[in-house]
Design a binder for this molecule. Structure first.
Ligand code: HEM
Length: 152
């Protein structure tokens, strides 16, 4: 499970890099009224791929590190911020972000004009990035995990 945890920790930087790149593209697309380019498509495709990998690794951690089992004693676990964060909050917010990314990409593909594509990119991926940013266990939060993790 250590290797999955290390990968889940490190790949969050991939999610953030491609997510912020997508967001910057969307902002410049909306404000600059430019064409929807191959670069726009590439940035949000990579963002989606990294989110897919994170979901897979997250599910392995969720079931493999007994977070799922803690749902059985929900009352007691909800009283503890650490258990509540990983059994409920982190998982549900990240899955919501993942859904937004997938629905967003399908919606961008379906849009008929370049302006509509950029606008949808901004809304869906912008919301997803906000959810991801607030649901990461940053070292300065109550439930804190390191910025980088390696094998020990
Ligand atoms: C974009 C999506 C996600 C990001 C950026 C993300 C990020 C993180 C980070 C930074 C950690 C701390 C790792 C460490 O201790 O070094 C973590 C832990 C964890 N994540 Fe995620 N995560 C994402 C999605 C998910 C999803 C969808 C699930 C569950 C279905 C999940 C389940 C977990 C669990 C269970 C842990 C705690 C692992 C443990 O210590 O046992 N994550 N996540």
């Amino acid at each position: 499970m250590q290797i999955v945890l290390v990968l889940h920790n490190l790949l969050r930087w991939g999610v953030l890099i491609f997510g912020i790149w997508t967001l910057l593209n969307a902002i410049s697309g909306v404000t600059g009224k430019r064409k929807y380019s191959a670069g726009d498509n590439r940035s949000n495709l990579l963002f989606m791929i990294f989110c897919d990998i994170q979901l897979l690794l997250g599910l392995i951690l969720y079931f493999g590190n007994s977070w799922f089992d803690r749902l059985k004693d929900l009352g007691n676990n909800m009283k503890d911020p650490y258990n509540r964060f990983f059994t409920m909050e982190h998982m549900s917010m990240m899955i919501l972000a993942w859904i937004l990314v997938h629905v967003g990409r399908a919606s961008v593909k379906r849009a008929n004009t370049d302006a509509a594509k950029h606008k949808r990119m901004l809304i869906f991926f912008g919301l997803a990035i906000i959810l991801i940013l607030v649901s990461i266990p940053w070292p300065f939060k109550e439930v804190a995990k390191p910025y980088l993790r390696w094998f020990n």
